[in-house]
Design a protein around this ligand. Structure first.
Ligand SMILES: Nc1ncnc2c1ncn2[C@@H]1O[C@H](COP(=O)(O)OP(=O)(O)O)[C@@H](O)[C@H]1O
Ligand SMILES: [Mg+2]
Length: 328
């Protein structure tokens, strides 16, 4: 069967609906007096509504069915349109913050950035996952968090040059060919952008909510907004925004500078009608500890930076509860 693209499909539906309406009424709509124009407009709006409805139904038929991951209660996605804004750092410290706030909870980390995996470095993990008796990969664990990443499966310096379909199949394997055990939360660290991975995860998994990370500057906020709007379109609840690198505290003189601006993410959260989940400062400690594979929530638990991440984790849990009650 030839591939039916969205535009072809919509063109096909558009023409068939118009044909249908002409056949049904048995009359051709001709330009005429004002009431006639009004009638034509009204007819058009009814046609376009039913067209949209039919388009939705047709599109839904082509979509994969959402299937939960065995043993995983809630999936939290950490995303943003842009790279380098702190998604991976936030995902790692969010996962650890969830455990720090409630040690009974079990939390896993999935690195969905197949082109540029960061979780092995950030979580100080290396090696190939072993297989269990059911041929499922056993995640590598550090700081009590089981992790899975493409970085465990390919050489450190090997370039990953894949087309979209291969990426989607890799994501499917990283999600489902893994023995996650029993998890309260699986935190997914997304690649930048609004592409195949974001679509694949949102359409294949029941995602409980997405956390959007952005620095407060315009260029990052633009992409963050695009990211948030994409998840809204895919019916994934946007839990809120994390404003990262909002303020720089000079370690020598304690002066505070808003290098990327002060309130950009807060304003964007207002515009999107979502919550600001927290503010994480731009801090040398966060960068240094991340590079050493010792996230601040673990290495400096009493620092204001760690406190900022724990606050984000608490706000995420609260929002998940709110979203759940909205859906019931
Ligand atoms: N709040 C922060 N303070 C200092 N450095 C940060 C902060 N957040 C992230 N970084 C650093 O910024 C760089 C990019 O972060 P990363 O989490 O890899 O971004 P992304 O996943 O969005 O590409 C890393 O070097 C990281 O250590
Ligand atoms: Mg990253």
């Amino acid at each position: 069967m030839s591939q039916l693209t969205y535009s072809r499909l919509s063109h096909f539906l558009r023409t068939s609906v118009h044909k249908f309406s002409v056949l049904r009424t048995g009359t051709e709509i001709k330009p005429g007096p004002a009431w006639c124009v009004q009638f034509t407009r009204c007819q058009r709006s009814v046609d376009s509504k039913s067209l949209q409805e039919r388009q939705k139904q047709q599109m839904a038929k082509g979509l994969p069915k959402q299937k939960p991951i065995t043993g995983v209660k809630q999936v939290i996605v950490v995303a943003s349109g842009k790279g380098g804004v702190g998604k991976s750092t936030t995902a790692v410290n969010l996962a650890l913050g969830l455990i720090a706030n409630d040690p009974v909870k079990s939390v896993g980390l999935l690195d969905a950035d197949v082109y540029g995996p960061s979780i092995p470095k950030l979580m100080n993990l290396k090696g190939n996952p072993e297989l269990n008796d059911n041929n499922l990969m056993i995640p590598l664990t550090n700081y009590g968090v089981p992790c899975m990443s493409m970085g465990f499966l390919v050489d450190d310096v090997a370039p990953i040059v894949w087309r979209g379909l291969m990426v989607m199949s890799a994501i499917e394997k990283l999600l489902r060919q893994v023995d996650w055990g029993s998890l309260d939360y699986l935190v997914v660290d997304m690649p930048p952008g609004t592409g195949d991975v974001q679509l694949s995860i949102s359409q294949n998994l029941p995602v409980s909510g997405v956390v959007i990370v952005s620095t407060p500057q315009d260029i990052a906020l633009l992409d963050a907004r695009r990211g948030a709007e994409m998840f809204k379109k895919l019916n994934v609840p946007v839990l809120g925004l994390v404003q990262n690198m909002s303020v720089f505290h000079c370690p020598n003189c304690n002066h505070q500078t808003h290098i990327f601006g002060s309130d950009g993410a807060r304003l964007l959260a207002d515009t999107l009608g979502v919550k600001l989940l927290g503010d994480v400062p731009l801090h040398l400690n966060i960068r240094e500890m991340s590079d050493r594979g010792k996230p601040v929530v673990i290495s400096s638990p009493d620092s204001p930076e760690a406190e900022a991440y724990r606050k984000v984790a608490a706000a995420v849990v609260q929002r998940l509860e709110e979203v759940k009650t909205c859906l019931i």
